[in-house]
Design a protein around this ligand. Structure first.
Ligand code: HEC
Ligand code: HEC
Length: 500
């Protein structure tokens, strides 16, 4: 409907009301000291509200406070300890952020890191961005898995500092003594946290402390990029859970949050879902060879599209993304880079484990009974939105923004796209550089090793910075669909993937 037409359809009375309102606003603005141009009178959109809730409201108990944060460096080994002691407070904050995978709030730093929400009494409360927003090629990208987050080491250091300062331990400090939080940087045992938390609840979320612990298969997974959310109807790497805003609230199941809190916070999580749904994939910020990408598109259509979907044909201007990557990047605090959407159709297929052949631990860590139980709870409207109880495999994900989601596969076992497409060359172990991006193999810049060096393997902290594919749940096997391609075809497909 054109705007002219809609105006002419407006009843006279509402026009009169609008005129009165307009003059009231005018009188108010003209008489106030605030200049007209800086007084935008506009209601917040649902996604703006969602972003505000997520980054300003502490939904959980604080994990630590400013004082504990400032002392974390005292737990470090040499030479890091000496460097931190010699540093200014600002430099020490930067060293501490880099060490645990934290980032400043882009544009307007706060007392806490972006991944922690400020809470009363100088508290830091972990928020969703701890796992769901981090640096890619040195820049913060909202919704990108935080592949630097070192939750286990951070929690151990927090606990030691609290014990020294005589401060109370919280659920994270104690929980991490019983369950591993994550064995390598950037991946966490999040699926098992969810399993433990749900175990103590009735379907209506009433809490019972007196239940035996469920059977747990601890393992690490990489978070899922949030710009895929809008393309899906089911959640998680095995696609078992119905997509709704309630699913986003599972993380809040700590004992002090009862059914009343879930009901009260539901509208806020609808807004948070609106924000997540609004996110788009970041554009590749480096040069692209448009001719090669066009050849890659054909290879992709023939070998990959039946599982991963169809996307736009690369434009002759594909490489322009490099120069214009920052275009329009300031409208909202979360728009730190230019974004786009290239997906045309997406089949959302679950590929049986026998066919995909990637690590089986995540799939088997949840039983059919466990998924069915989730399917009886408040999160699924007591079964009105059904679960897939026995998915039998992993979902082939959309590939928009795939350049930014390294390391690859659900367990984050493969550092680059060339490796995804040549299973025989994948490194047995690897160690990434802090912020390097490999534009040739496309993905993390990493040292490729036949094994984790023995001295590192013996050091339980240092080894978290190395990915060891021989460990349980960390296999880099499977997805051999690229093996039959020639090297030239493989390079072309990877060039094409940069355009998505
Ligand atoms: C400790 C890390 C961590 C935190 C904190 C966290 N998540 Fe996640 N999230 C994950 C991991 C890991 C997965 C992938 C799990 C899987 O599929 O096996 C995931 C998956 C998801 C998905 C599914 C995406 C998809 O496309 O299927 C959504 C949505 C999501 N998280 C939302 C949230 C929200 C909202 C919060 C905060 C209330 C949150 N997460 C907090 C680690 C985390
Ligand atoms: C039979 C279906 C199927 C085909 C064909 C297929 N894939 Fe996949 N792909 C998958 C599944 C399933 C996964 C998820 C595996 C996992 O995480 O364990 C995946 C994962 C990926 C990933 C990793 C995504 C990430 O962010 O972790 C990339 C990249 C990828 N595929 C690219 C390709 C390309 C390029 C081709 C064509 C040469 C291709 N795939 C062919 C099913 C397929």
């Amino acid at each position: 409907m054109s705007s002219e037409k809609s105006e002419s359809l407006l009843p006279r009375r509402s026009l009169a009301v609008a005129a009165v309102l307009f003059s009231v606003i005018c009188v108010y603005l003209c008489s106030s000291a605030v200049p007209f141009s800086v007084s935008p009178i506009r209601a917040e959109t649902p996604e703006e509200r969602g972003f505000r809730h997520l980054t300003t409201k502490p939904y959980l108990t604080p994990d630590f406070d400013d004082e504990v944060f400032a002392q974390l460096y005292t737990q470090w080994d040499e030479p890091s300890l000496k460097a931190a002691e010699a540093a200014t407070p600002a430099e020490r904050r930067a060293l501490t952020f880099a060490r645990y995978g934290l980032t400043e709030f882009p544009g307007s730093p706060r007392t806490t890191a972006l991944q922690y929400t400020p809470a009363p009494d100088a508290g830091w409360t972990m928020n969703c961005l701890a796992c769901h927003t981090g640096r890619v090629a040195g820049r913060v990208i909202f919704g990108a898995p935080n592949t630097h987050y070192l939750l286990q080491s951070l929690t151990e250091d927090v606990r030691s500092v609290k014990l020294r300062l005589g401060k109370r331990l919280t659920h994270m400090d104690k929980g991490s003594l019983l369950y591993p939080l994550g064995g390598s940087a950037g991946t966490t045992n999040a699926v098992m946290f969810g399993h433990i938390l749900l175990n103590y609840r009735d379907p209506d979320l009433t809490f019972h402390a007196d239940r035996p612990l469920p059977v747990l298969t601890h393992h690490d997974v990489d978070a899922i990029p949030w710009w895929h959310y809008k393309h899906k109807s089911k959640l998680y790497v095995d696609g078992f859970a119905p997509k709704n805003h309630r699913a986003l609230m599972q993380f809040l199941l700590i004992p002090r949050n009862g059914p009343d809190k879930f009901a009260a916070w539901e509208p806020e999580y609808k807004d948070i879902e609106a924000w997540i749904t609004s996110l788009e994939a970041p554009k590749y910020p480096f040069a692209i060879d448009a001719d090669l990408a066009t050849r890659g598109h054909q290879v992709f259509e023939k070998n990959c599209a039946t599982c991963h979907g169809h996307y736009q044909v690369p434009s002759p201007l594909a490489g322009e993304g490099a120069r214009r990557a920052d275009e329009g990047a300031t409208a909202h605090p979360w728009q730190t880079t230019a974004t786009h959407s290239t997906l045309i159709s997406y089949p959302e297929k679950i590929i049986p484990l026998e066919e995909i052949g990637t690590d089986p631990v995540r799939l088997n860590s949840m039983s059919v009974g466990g998924r069915e139980r989730y399917g009886t709870t408040w999160f699924t409207y007591f079964g009105r939105e059904p679960v897939v109880a026995d998915p039998g495999g992993y979902v082939a994900p959309p590939l928009e923004g795939v350049w930014a989601t390294a390391p690859y596969f659900h367990n984050g076992s493969v550092p680059t796209l060339i490796d995804v497409l040549k299973s025989t060359e994948r490194p047995k172990a690897w160690h990434r550089t802090p912020d390097g991006y490999d534009t040739t193999r496309v993905g993390l810049e990493a040292e490729r090793l036949d094994a984790v060096p023995p001295a590192i393997a013996r050091d339980f902290r240092a080894r978290r910075l190395y990915f060891d594919t021989t460990l349980d749940g960390k296999s880099a096997a499977g997805h051999t669909f690229g093996d039959k391609l020639s090297d030239e075809e493989r390079k072309a497909v990877v060039e094409y993937l940069k355009t998505l």
